[in-house]
Write a new protein. Structure first.
Length: 318
């Protein structure tokens, strides 16, 4: 008869538990290290946001309730600046001029950029052409404005000389109340259309090519594929691009400053230029801040409406 020998319990479970605890400690230490590294990388951008965006915004909102001329301490006046704004015909005229500029700029720029993006995607893959399209965007707004001011000069500009050689009359593009805002809008279309086109081109690249191939097999034309495939699937990207370009267009300033300075007869006195003139020309910083806050509210409302109407957060892919 054999007796089973008793053996001590295996220590493996204890070792396994110790290993799990050590791995957990290592993981937590690694996560703390990653968090510290992430905070280090985020810190410069966060500091810039706080110093150059958040603090000026809060300071501007406060100043909008004061009378402030930069030479004396701000004097609290409550809603007086906003009451003045509501009854200021020049403010409403500037807002109307700005809306006219935005409509022309966004309308022409969006259609042109979409056409360029589709052509780049459907007809060519040349990186050289994409670079050429982007070239005007590399020029600053001030330089672009000065160049076009010379080109469109009524007496010496090469643009009017070409018109005259073709048998047309000279046009005072930047000196006529009718032509001034459309001209400035088209100057900025020329500068920004390449960048907008590349944003839309990136959105087109995300559309599966299988859809176009299947549509071709079914006999669909390029025009039909554009409306049935390209536009629905590009909608989220197009919506975001529209939001960005509309916000940027409402903030037009530098092109006006170097070409027309708000003239002739306030025909190009866009809201940003009126705010600048009130603050640094007449030292009415409180009133200028109130107009800036009003512009912020208008842009916020337009952005929310655009986002809802275009369903920018939804996609038809997938």
């Amino acid at each position: 008869m054999t007796v089973a020998s008793s053996s001590p319990p295996s220590p493996l479970p204890l070792r396994s538990a110790d290993g799990v605890r050590r791995k957990s400690k290592v993981r937590k230490a690694r996560e703390r290290g990653d968090g510290a590294l992430a905070a280090l990388f985020i810190a410069p951008a966060l500091l810039g946001f706080l110093v150059f965006l958040l603090w000026p915004t809060l300071r501007g909102i406060y100043l909008s309730f004061t009378r402030f001329n930069l030479l004396t301490p701000p004097e609290w006046v409550g809603l007086d600046n906003y009451t003045r704004l509501v009854h200021d015909p020049l403010f409403w005229d500037s807002l109307k001029v700005t809306v006219e500029y935005v409509v022309i700029n966004i309308g022409v720029q969006t259609v042109s950029a979409l056409a360029i993006a589709v052509l780049l995607q459907r007809l060519t893959q040349s990186a050289v052409l994409r670079g050429i399209v982007l070239t005007p965007y590399l020029m600053s707004n001030v330089v672009a404005g000065l160049v076009w001011l010379w080109i469109l000069d009524n007496q010496l500009g090469i643009g009017n000389q070409i018109l005259q050689s073709l048998g047309f009359d000279r046009i005072p593009f930047l000196a006529d109340e009718t032509w001034a805002i459309p001209t400035i809008a088209l100057i900025n279309v020329w500068r920004h259309v390449g960048y907008t086109a590349l944003l839309l081109f990136a959105g087109l690249q995300a559309i599966p090519n299988d859809m176009y191939e299947a549509a071709k097999v079914d006999g669909a034309s390029e025009w039909r594929m554009f409306w049935r495939i390209t536009m629905p699937l590009l909608r989220p990207v197009l919506a975001v691009v529209l939001i960005m370009t509309v916000i940027g267009s409402f903030q037009v300033f530098d092109t006006v400053a170097v070409t027309t300075a708000g003239g002739p007869a306030n025909a190009t006195n866009v809201l940003q230029y009126y705010i600048y003139g009130s603050a640094f020309g007449r030292f009415q910083f409180g009133y200028a801040s109130a107009m800036s806050v009003a512009l912020l509210v208008v842009l916020s409302a337009i952005t929310v409406i655009q986002y809802r109407l275009t369903r920018a957060g939804q996609t038809d892919l997938g």
